[in-house]
Design a protein around this ligand. Sequence first.
Ligand code: ADP
Ligand code: MG
Length: 783
Amino acid sequence: SVERSEEIQNARMGLPVVGEEQKIMEAIHNNSVIVIWGATGSGKTTQLPQFLFESGFGNPDSPNPGLIGVTQPRRVAAVSMANRVGQELGQFSDQVSYQIRFETTVSKKTAIKFMTDGILLREIADDFALRKYSIIIIDEAHERSVNTDILIGMVSRIVDLRKSMSEEDPSIKPLKVVIMSATLRISDFTENHALFRHGAPPLVQAEGRQYPVTVHFARRTHRDYVEEAFRKVSRGHRKLPPGGILVFLTGQNEIRQLSKRLKQAFKPTQRVDTTQAKVQFTANDAPLEAEDLELGGTEMHNDGYDDDSDLEITGLDEPEDDEDFDLGEEAMDSSTKVHVLPLYSQLPTKEQMKVFEPAPENSRLIILATNVAETSLTIPGIKYVFDCGRAKEKQFDLFTGVQSFQVGWISKASANQRAGRAGRTGPGHCYRLYSSAVYEGDFAEYTDPEILRTPIEGVVLQMKSMGLHNVINFPFPTPPSRQGLVKAEKLLKNLGALLSDGQVTQVGRRLATYPLSPRFGKMLYIGHQHGCLPYVIALVSALAVGDLFVAQNEIDPNAFARNSKPKQLESDDSDDERKVYTNADRLEDTEREQKMKDYARVHRLLGKHDDTSDALKFLSAICAYAYASDGDAFSEQMFLRGKAFKEATQLRRQLTDIVRANNPGLIGSYEARLPEPSAKQIKALKQIVTAGFIDHVAIRADLAPVPPEIPRAPRRAIDVPYLTLFRSREGPAEDISERAVFIHPSSIMAKLTPKEMPQYIVYSHLQQSAPSVVALDQTPKIR
Ligand code: ADP
Ligand code: MG
């Protein structure tokens, strides 16, 4: 039996799920599929695998010898939960492993395997019966990620398959499935007859959150929530009793910005009045150039308001909700430092894991997170949550094929999950940066399942090549639109992956072996002409990982604010501000200018092969990276995202192996350092990229067969209107302003003159942006 430390033993005793162990295990023994609902923190993720382990699952000598598989939507959760369960299992800790995209600790001893759901999906492609598992736990099902939904549909069939297999061959055991959810929105699973044909799976509840969390709404809702987070967290840090703070924001730019300000405000030596160091102005007053500077992907900030009058613009002397910070206990010592850590999915796993380490003596842990931290994770010592109430979500327009990221209100369910983060290791408080009126009036009950907001060609092809032909009738928990499925099939046919009757072709079968979208698969498939394959692999890896370059505004997010005068600066304020502008600042300005010059030089260098191809620029970058002796130093020097390049390089190696395994003779073993491509190869590479994006062609509007009326001659490349081959936006066809698309300011072509812009453009994706709305990440400040 498991020998657990006393501390762990006591902690387990308090968990609601532990109280239900018998009920849960009985349900599992009597049913092939069960659903467990338990509030966040009730012990589902850490305890269920242990119950199963202790009752013999995963033990080669038991009636259930197969592995206990546990899926997680996110890598950081798979790794950290495996660690925690390992700890709790005392002497059996080495039987708990994890597997994520590029990393695994699985060994012969493994009995419990945590993995991302993507990993399990690929395993299904290799063995549809999942013979190595005796039970699959699908965790965080309430998040409704695409992979989770597909997995649930798949396992509902695999359970039936394993049942009939075991009837024929008793050495094969049936498969059990546990679906776990932190919310009660489970009718998509339990009441879906297509999904569970033999009747609804039983629901086992483990009610009761472990510790109470007091929720405090703001009296007012501010548009600039990053600023508001700064104000509230600063106050909170000064007034609240000891305990870690977890702040929910929407993206890494915001996190970086708030982190910098908090560190500055609470520098150990000098005391700064943190509420004064800012100039507020609304999005509409910000200079338009801001949009051009935002090179790293523009996001549309949609806070759900159409009418500005609903929003309060922060005034400096506005009454605060300070009494909410008076908890009847003593605040931390005023000398307490802040220990600020970021947590978002692009952060390297090693950096992510830092949030689980104790903060240094005499400091308060402040974690700035995206909704990575919303559900699965327990971060020890977090007592206070500050929730901005927004998230950046992938939006996908099935009609137009336009994909965008938008910041919008989260759902009530998400807000409650976020609040729950404060009550995991003790009673806590959640400070919402929005009013209860906004919460009641503007928050949906639940977020739409991701499958309704995502391009599904890859999913369709993956499913087809797993032998599931009738994708339209697949038991999706929430079926995507028929139209979307039909469109995906059309693209796959355009790429030659499917026959006109929907059968997977040789090409399609090949494409499905690549862990890539079928567009990239197509590029690999035709990439062997003129000895291009190693370049195509490098290029595809770079394109698939994406977001390779540090955006210009990230070098210094304040740069543009300094060069442009905010219109609504109040005179007395600005006088104050100017006094603070010192020689040191001037020195910094010179350095900044130098950096901007370096940045421009680097990008000129990377664009040397072709001044109209961003794809070839990606290729130059990843090839140059391979020549560097120190990748990190090189990334720093060249303004590259080191993590993205590491990942792309890993993908390059992996793809080379896969291509070699599939077509021995086509390509030699992996060569990191490639010679410069010849002119002929460069031409071929451009054709290959076009083949992958054959339906993503746009024509310069004035050179179209029937040119529309163009009201103004464009002055810059980014103003030159293009028309896509397929209608890309809804709206009246005759109105050019409703139909045109433009190149992104970060494109290499932005440097051309309007005349030089080519007749045809192949684009990777369209993105929606609102020119009048400036990304809130960039709220200008003057020191
Ligand atoms: P659920 O999956 O139901 O949301 P978990 O099983 O993840 O809950 O966590 C249950 C409880 O176990 C947490 O509330 C917390 O008290 C404790 N716990 C989990 N992980 C850790 C950890 N890394 N350190 C300390 N306590 C933890
Ligand atoms: Mg959990």
